[in-house]
Unconditional design. Structure first.
Length: 297
């Protein structure tokens, strides 16, 4: 049993922390939202009144926060958690943030003798609840080896992408590709519908052909084609358009920093931004299908 502090009990963090409790770890958590803490206590966890209280006696600290500014505020500075942690502690930040912040926190932790990995996740809220997330980890091999048993309590696939910050880069690459695949899949399916094809028949054809991809096979964007997907539930649940736009912004920032050419990523970003600005930011990102289907509505 490991004593774990968990900071951030949102849609992803809450189920992740609960799975650590199920695995037999002693978990103390903090979140600014009282109802999130109440739900965690009901799942067998312990609630703290502050992040500083949560890390008291913790061997491992895990954070799941919205953006880099929140991660920096949590760990760095005079009131940051790094200054209060004991040497030899392990910090796992599973937030999806900019690479610079991840590397800055990792460097500050190393200077204090604290192990650090950035470990953003893939798999959505369903994966968080089922404990089947993929963790994309950046950090030294020793830090990765320490983090892996903890991460395995919350996820199924644990990847070591490289040094600190590498987890964020890999996550950005994945989600940029995902946005391109989903936008292209929605576009192709709508063209088929407008030319008289049944979207389910067309999907079956493409899944067995060279256009096969995850969006077609697992996460079809057309309502009614595939049971259990957000598309068949009014695009509720899943991965919000606003979050995809956040990740695309991070990806384009990283591409600019490295001088990488990402024309498809830029086009996808424009499409998803327009979709979000049209009032669909809280819908699942597969709702990009509406960008095409609503044009003739």
């Amino acid at each position: 049993m490991t004593q774990v502090a968990f900071i951030g009990l949102g849609n992803m963090g809450g189920p992740m922390a609960a799975n650590l409790v199920k695995a037999g770890h002693q978990v103390t958590a903090f979140d600014l939202v009282r109802s999130a803490l109440d739900g965690f206590v009901a799942a067998g966890g312990v609630a703290a009144t502050s992040a500083l209280e949560a890390i008291n006696g913790a061997q491992v600290v895990i954070s799941m926060l919205p953006a880099g500014k929140h991660v920096a505020a949590l760990y760095l500075g005079e009131d940051g958690l790094l200054g209060a942690l004991t040497k030899g502690s392990l910090v796992i930040d599973s937030s999806t943030i900019d690479v610079e912040t991840a590397r800055r926190v990792g460097h500050a932790a190393a200077e204090l003798g604290i192990d650090f990995v950035d470990a953003p996740v893939s798999g959505g809220t369903a994966g968080a609840q089922a404990g089947t997330l993929s963790f994309i980890v950046g950090g030294d091999q020793v830090c990765f080896d320490r983090a892996q048993p903890i991460l395995q309590c919350m996820g199924k696939n644990i990847f070591h992408a490289g040094a600190a910050g590498a987890g964020q880069i890999a996550k950005m690459c994945n989600n940029m590709l995902l946005s391109v695949l989903m936008a292209g899949t929605a576009e192709a399916l709508q063209m088929g519908v407008e030319n008289g094809l049944d979207p389910k028949v067309l999907s079956d054809i493409m899944v067995k052909s060279s256009g096969r991809n995850w969006a077609l096979e697992i996460y079809n964007p057309v309502p009614g084609v595939m049971a259990g997907t957000p598309a068949s539930n009014n695009y509720q649940g899943g991965f919000m358009v606003d979050l995809m736009n956040k990740d695309l912004g991070l990806a384009l920032g990283a591409a600019q920093a490295s001088g990488s050419a990402v024309p498809m990523g830029q086009q996808a970003s424009q499409l998803f931004n327009a979709h979000g600005e049209a009032g669909h930011g809280s819908l699942d990102f597969s709702s990009i299908y509406q960008h095409y289907s609503n044009k003739k509505a």
